[in-house]
Write a protein that binds this ligand. Structure first.
Ligand code: ADP
Ligand code: ZN
Length: 741
């Protein structure tokens, strides 16, 4: 009589696989890892079920497991249950979901890292500039070498090897520069934030405001029931939500249960991470981006061993192997980074709600700009709605002034980047030694280059998007596939010589700001300047210390930071993002504007926000400027209802890929036919070319499945895909999509 186990293997297979346990072996425990054969491969999988009745097995020849990796559970039952639920809900492989929460490269983190510094000689050489070449002939230095020197000059106190590699400098280049005596190298020990003094600094207990106290009282009573419940904490920016999380967490731990906190991203400068560490010391695990694989793994092991009472982490931490959870917090619950945009396409916030449900815990979703989904649940009574309407500082929300750029262009010319109002606002802040944040949610120098003779634009050869101009590197670049080439001097289509840049990017804004305020210390924060880990932390720390006057950047500058000396926020163009074909475009614009406006006036001085737009009457912009979330929600939900979009019903986005558009459309029609056959009350839209109709050389066709019952909708999509095994792997499935492109 064979003994059978069911195993989740990390491949995109929906089913668990059945294997037999060789005679004489102990039965592998549920949650332990086993090595199994899969086709020609050997893989590590997770035992989900042991002692499986023989009739469950299919008639295929059942293979033996090859090896038992653990003799005890590697993952707790709670994580297995959660992953199985997520796999069913998101229509992806259970083994793939389980992999999400497990640290990789176990125990392999380096103990020291190589740190490169510019030598004084190198500094002289470089500051003299490439024209003079007092030390080395510049044309004997390659572009990579110049890039390395340039990066080191900018940072001042050196960079690690991995940082430099992250910036595109290969190890061989560093060796050559070292040999030439231009840079020096030292080995530095790895510090993981574990012993960072800053993080341990205890904070004096503050007196809660009456609004905070009332909110806390309601959450406390929910917590004390020790039953599953979801609360939406809708608190405007600066209303003191973190303090509430802290007190609830303390209370949970005091009562003998554990706490899971999810945040969109964490760095060492994260106020929340610091606060939690200060309060709870070493019984906290904080999974920030500065951790090495070794440290991550060490923390994970401590969590699994039950040595940790509170975990703070990004979306994958929702699968943390901690048991006895009493409180789950999802901070900035509206943030798009909770959604994983690759397989498995799960949503950290929604999985967190399920985790709390399975644990019988209280889950608190916090935001100044709740997602339409969460607010919809709240006003329909599924979530408890708790509001904080006042800022902690005496300052109200910053006044927001709209500048109609159509008028500005008419009076000042179409080339204007900073309106007169914004330019004057910046100057006034500099005179008073206050700080400024300037947002433009598009990186690069210009959005596209077009030919004045034929009107053609420079497009990516692989994707259906125009190439963005990056002036610093002198290249045009595709933000989807990474294709890049030198900025063209002639039109590719007609050889015309009159090429024009259109659409602003952060590089251009930085340049304008520098030209406008020659004395100011200006820094830019976007994915181009923040290529290496920890760079954002460094820059924010310098901004916090007052070493930067004006911080220009993409949405990175809008997130949760608390800088009391920032009294002006400028939005160069609120219109970026409104033009995209995504039903969430309005919601995203509202969130971004409200959040960035919230960065101003958090100290003792009042803040001001200046928003430049050519759509001053757009409802997202209007409501954001009045900081009126409810009014925005009412207008947006009406649109969603009318157009049949979430949260008023369920949506699954199916993208069919193909080598040609015809091939993808052909498969799309098969999919639609199957969906229509199976679904009676569902709406099936498509096939149609996806908004992003070509990506990385593949054609993309979109099919949208909508339905009132999302569980049923998922079942129909799953059944349809089962009928189409031949084209299944060319279809990607996104349940509750966040970016519908
Ligand atoms: P939010 O997350 O809601 O935007 P924060 O939690 O960052 O707001 O709080 C804003 C600031 O007010 C922080 O510096 C925080 O330490 C401080 N703070 C919070 N609650 C109080 C309080 N009751 N008294 C004094 N300061 C407080
Ligand atoms: Zn591309």
């Amino acid at each position: 009589m064979p003994r059978l186990v069911q195993v989740a293997v990390p491949v995109p297979l929906r089913d668990l696989l059945t294997y037999s346990v060789p005679d004489g072996w102990l039965m592998p425990p549920i949650g332990s890892r086993v090595s199994v054969p899969l086709g020609p491969r050997k893989m590590i999988g997770y035992v989900i079920q042991n002692d499986v009745p023989i009739q469950l097995a299919s008639d295929r020849a059942i293979k033996d497991i090859l090896k038992q990796v653990d003799n005890q559970p590697f993952l707790p039952q709670a994580v297995l249950d959660l992953a199985l639920w997520a796999a069913d809900y998101y229509l992806c492989g259970p083994g793939q979901v389980l992999e999400v929460g497990v640290p990789h490269g176990r125990g392999l983190g380096p103990r020291t890292y190589r740190h490169f510094n510019l030598t004084p000689k190198g500094r002289t050489y470089f500051s003299v500039g490439t024209k003079d070449g007092s030390f080395a002939t510049p044309n004997r230095l390659g572009t990579k070498q110049l890039l390395a020197l340039d990066s080191l000059v900018k940072v001042g106190d050196g960079l690690s090897q991995s940082d430099l590699i992250g910036r595109g400098v290969p190890g061989a280049t560093l060796k050559r520069l070292t040999d030439m005596g231009l840079v020096t190298v030292t080995d530095k020990p790895v510090v993981g934030g574990e012993s960072n003094d800053d993080l341990n600094a205890p904070k004096a207990e503050v007196q809660l405001t009456s609004e905070q106290a009332a909110a806390l009282a309601r959450l406390r009573s929910a917590l004390s029931t020790e039953r599953f419940q979801t609360a939406l904490l809708h608190g405007i920016t600066g209303s003191g939500k973190t303090e509430i999380y802290l007190r609830l967490a303390k209370e949970t731990i005091r009562s003998g249960r554990r706490v899971l906190i999810l945040v969109p991203e964490i760095g060492l400068t994260s106020a929340a991470a610091r606060a939690f560490r200060g309060l709870f010391g070493s019984s906290v695990a904080i999974q920030h981006s500065g951790l090495s694989a070794r440290q991550r793994h060490a923390q994970w092991t401590r969590i699994r061993a039950g040595e940790v009472d509170l975990v703070v982490g990004t979306r994958s931490a929702v699968f943390t192997p901690m048991d006895n959870i009493g409180l789950v917090v999802v901070d900035e619950e509206h943030d798009g980074s909770y959604k994983q945009e690759e397989n498995p396409r799960y949503h950290g916030r929604d999985v967190a709600v399920m985790r709390a449900k399975q644990a019988g815990a209280l889950v608190v979703l916090g935001s100044a700009t709740p997602s339409l989904e969460s607010y919809h649940h709240a006003i329909r009574g599924r979530y408890e709605l708790i509001s904080l309407t006042k800022r902690i500082s005496d300052q109200g929300l910053p006044a927001i002034q709209i500048v109609d750029m159509k008028e500005e262009f008419a009076e000042q010319g179409g080339e204007v980047v900073l309106s007169r109002v914004l330019a004057a606002g910046i100057r006034a802040r500099l005179d008073r030694h206050e700080q400024v944040i300037i947002l433009l949610n598009r990186r690069g120098f210009a959005a596209s280059v077009f030919c004045r003779e034929c009107g053609g634009t420079a497009e990516c050869p692989n994707c259906s998007v125009s190439l963005t101009i990056h002036r610093t590197s002198g290249r045009v670049r595709c933000h989807y596939c990474g294709h890049s080439r030198v900025v063209p001097t002639r039109c590719q289509a007609c050889q015309g010589e009159y090429l024009e840049f259109s659409g602003l990017g952060t590089e251009r804004v930085e340049l304008e700001v520098r030209q406008h305020c020659t004395k100011a210390r200006v820094a830019r924060m976007d994915r181009d300047t923040m290529a290496h880990q920890g760079a954002a932390d460094e820059m924010l720390t310098r901004f916090g210390r007052g070493e930067i006057d004006i911080l220009v950047g993409t949405q990175m500058v809008a997130k949760g930071h608390d800088f009391p000396n920032v009294t002006l926020v400028g939005v160069v163009s609120a219109d970026v993002g409104l033009g995209v074909a995504d039903f969430r475009a309005g919601e995203r614009t509202f969130q971004l504007l409200t959040q960035v406006a919230g960065r101003a006036g958090r100290g003792s001085r009042p803040g001001e926000t200046i928003v430049q737009t050519i759509n001053p009457n757009h409802y997202s912009i209007r409501h954001a400027c009045l900081q009126n979330y409810e009014a925005f929600y009412r207008e947006e939900i009406e649109f969603r209802q009318a157009m049949r979009y979430p949260p008023t019903l369920g949506l699954i986005n199916l993208i069919v890929r193909g080598r040609s558009e015809a091939a993808a459309m052909g498969d799309g029609f098969k999919l639609v036919k199957e969906l229509q056959r199976l679904g009676r009350t569902e709406w099936i839209l498509g096939p149609a070319p996806a908004p992003l109709s070509r990506l990385k050389g593949q054609h993309r066709v979109q099919v949208l499945a909508k339905g009132d019952h999302r569980i049923r909708l998922g079942e129909i999509v799953e059944a349809a895909l089962k009928q189409l095994p031949r084209i299944r792997r060319r279809i990607s499935v996104d349940v509750d999509p966040v970016f519908v492109s």
